[in-house]
Design a protein around this ligand. Structure first.
Ligand SMILES: [Zn+2]
Ligand SMILES: [Zn+2]
Length: 295
């Protein structure tokens, strides 16, 4: 038996430890430029994004739909509610959707680093932004809220290595628990994506609904019965997927469903369609605002 045969055997524990050490070292020593604005990073960090970029993220400050959070250009308030055209025509199956900010600039950059470059440390600041939205839901109802991340289809999750909605939920809950005890209970594995769906991009609203129809199922519906659910995702795009999840949860017996996402794609803003956001479109000089209440 030659040396090469010995090398193909399971690695000794010591070597395994060295590999783990080497991997964690390489993840600490990122290149010295911010991945979003390219300015030099002044200190070693597991997240290759500068503090200026992180601090520049801003939450919404314009009038938005009470239910889905879309920007409403000429707000008409009736009974304390501002509704966008979509929600006026057909109310979603969720009661309310909160998004921290618009899906552009740093928020979009951080989400891309997490999802497409597998930089899991980006979930830390994103989870903090998500937490500020989740905190607003803690006063709704008197039961503990079930926090349910939107599931990925099995093959997709294996390809990415993780479910970003689940990772963000973990980070947000850690952040929430560090400053006050709130009744949130992370609930994964029950809501499942039972078939894959094609990208919603370019589909009509009818095609989008058909695309996700029947894509989700509850394996144990009794666990959501009469419960209040907070559905979590990274981005609210058209709301079709979240609406379908809410429909499945409510037909499983959930009392109410709310939605919290880090970011939201705005269809219209100030009467114009938003141009595609740039990875480098970073608004400087604005600090993270105080926690927002939804009540
Ligand atoms: Zn930067
Ligand atoms: Zn709306």
């Amino acid at each position: 038996m030659g040396r090469s045969d010995q090398h193909s055997r399971p690695v000794p524990t010591g070597w395994g430890y060295f590999q783990i050490f080497a991997e964690s070292l390489s993840s600490v020593l990122f290149p010295s430029a911010c991945r979003l604005c390219e300015s030099p990073l002044l200190r070693l960090s597991r997240l290759p994004v500068c503090d200026t970029c992180i601090d520049s993220t801003q939450s919404f400050d314009s009038p938005r739909c009470t239910i889905c959070g879309e920007v409403v250009n000429s707000p008409h308030v009736s009974e304390g509610e501002i509704l966008c055209g979509m929600c006026k025509r057909a109310k979603p199956r969720f009661a309310r959707a909160f998004a921290y900010g618009s899906y552009d600039g740093t928020l979009r950059g951080l989400i891309h680093l997490l999802k497409y470059q597998q930089i899991k440390t980006a979930a830390k600041p994103l989870g903090r932004f998500l937490a500020s939205g989740m905190a607003g839901f803690s006063g709704y109802g008197d039961l503990t809220l079930l926090v349910i991340p939107v599931p990925l289809f099995g093959a997709k999750q294996r390809q990415r290595g993780f479910n970003q909605a689940e990772l963000l939920s973990h980070e947000a809950l850690q952040h929430l628990n560090s400053w006050r005890p709130i009744g949130f209970e992370l609930h994964t594995g029950n809501l499942k994506r039972v078939r894959s769906t094609v990208s919603q991009t370019g589909l009509t609203s009818h095609q989008r609904r058909m695309n996700v129809r029947g894509a989700f199922a509850l394996s144990k519906p009794h666990l959501v019965q009469r419960r209040n659910v907070l559905l979590i995702d990274d981005v609210y795009t058209t709301g079709t997927t979240l609406n379908e999840c809410a429909r499945v949860l409510r037909s499983g017996g959930a009392e109410r469903v709310w939605v919290a996402t880090v970011a939201r794609v705005l269809r219209h803003h100030e009467g114009r369609v938003l141009s595609p956001p740039s990875m480098h479109a970073v608004d400087q000089g604005r600090k993270e605002p105080a926690l927002q209440s939804l009540r």
